[in-house]
Design a protein around this ligand. Structure first.
Ligand code: HEM
Length: 345
């Protein structure tokens, strides 16, 4: 996910663009190398850290299945009465592990469900209503439009404005980003898969779905602290010292005609939902020493009973997450010092 925040400026440089005869062939999709390089150009390199969502905290707990999703999927995690251990990470976007938590309303939750049969389910979700673009190529172009210019250290406002003028979904996302108050806690927000997947049952029947983690903790009606860059990790520790934190896994069933391969299109709110069970988070750990540090929450790591859609972002994510992991492990091998900070001791 991108580094957003207070620097986005709107302008109206409309550039019409749809492919027609004589147009140059579409550019090949960007490589993982190109995309991760662009993240680094946009936000800088912090050795040993993720090349996006660099700021975060490890969590651990378990998932209690309600059994309600078992009719759609043979995955063991959904079996009635099944309890599955979970390792996870809560984060904010961007390459900077020292960014202020109130600089963006976006929060991320990544989970690794460790099924008893040895299979794993990894998912990385964001607390956003839809993704700003539908394809890796557009994502790359959007990242390029955000690259800071040397003179100001900020993106070129005209370049950004031109991108928003020609990409209405990205512009709708910009409006959401600018009008949404950053939450005061990781525990009170809903995290969405955005990309669609298929649940597969014992007869091989496939049902297209998206999933969300809906919080049990109520949102607080107060502004995020402006004197503490790391209030999210502090709030998490304080809440967990008091009691475990819970989210409901809500699986939304697609209806015919819903956009399955396009994460930038939200589904209508009246789609049927299945309450698949409860995620219970018991503990958090600083990411520098936590189990989640060296895990890549690749969304294509799926157990039998869950399959990817043809959404092109999924393949792209798998490749860029792997490249980001490769670079941070390389940093560690190079013994690059990973400076400590309040939330990354
Ligand atoms: C093509 C689109 C995308 C690209 C290029 C991209 C890129 C990245 C990269 C490079 C990382 C760091 C991975 C690591 O070092 O382990 C990352 C992390 C993450 N991304 Fe994406 N991402 C994309 C789409 C999405 C979408 C659609 C979502 C949510 C629905 C998402 C949610 C997250 C989360 C939660 C993390 C942090 C994972 C962790 O805690 O390790 N990303 N992304």
């Amino acid at each position: 996910m991108f580094a957003y925040g207070k620097w986005m400026i709107v302008g109206l440089f409309a550039v019409a663009g749809c492919a027609s005869a004589g147009d140059p062939p579409a550019a090949p999709p960007p490589s993982a190398d190109q995309i991760v390089n662009q993240f680094q150009k946009n936000g800088g390199v912090f050795p040993g850290r993720r090349r996006n969502h660099a700021k975060g905290v490890c969590v651990s707990g378990y998932f209690d299945s309600s059994g309600a999703a078992a009719r759609y999927s043979v995955a063991q995690v959904f079996a009635p009465g099944e309890r599955t251990p979970v390792i996870g990470r809560l984060s904010i976007p961007g390459t900077n592990p020292y960014a202020w938590d109130d600089g963006t309303p976006i929060r991320g939750m990544a989970l690794d469900f460790l099924q008893a049969d040895g299979q794993q389910w990894r998912t990385a979700m964001n607390a956003v209503p839809f993704f700003p673009v539908a394809t890796p190529q557009l994502n790359y172009e959007f990242l390029q439009a955000q690259q800071p210019v040397v003179a100001t250290g900020e993106p070129d406002p005209e370049k950004l404005a031109a991108f928003f003028a020609t990409h209405p979904k990205a512009n709708a996302f910009r409006i959401w980003d600018r009008t949404t108050k950053p939450s005061t806690s990781y525990a009170t927000v809903r995290y969405n898969s955005l990309d669609a997947f298929y649940l597969v049952d014992a007869r091989g029947q496939r049902q297209a779905v998206r999933w969300s983690m809906a919080p049990e903790a109520a949102a607080e009606d107060r502004a995020a602290p402006t004197n503490d860059p790391d209030f999210l990790a502090g709030d998490l520790r304080a809440r967990l010292a008091h009691a475990p934190l819970r989210w409901r896994l809500v699986v939304t069933l697609a209806a015919p005609g819903d956009a399955i391969d396009d994460a930038s299109v939200a589904w209508p709110a009246d789609r049927p939902q299945v309450d698949a069970g409860t995620l219970v988070i018991l503990a958090s750990q600083p990411q520098r020493i936590g189990v989640c540090r060296d895990i890549s929450f690749d969304p294509l790591v799926l157990p039998r009973g869950i399959e990817p859609s043809a959404d092109p972002l999924l393949q792209d994510r798998a490749a860029t997450y792997a490249e980001s992991l490769r670079r941070r492990l390389q940093d560690q091998r190079n013994d690059a010092p990973v400076p400590a900070s309040a939330s990354h001791p």
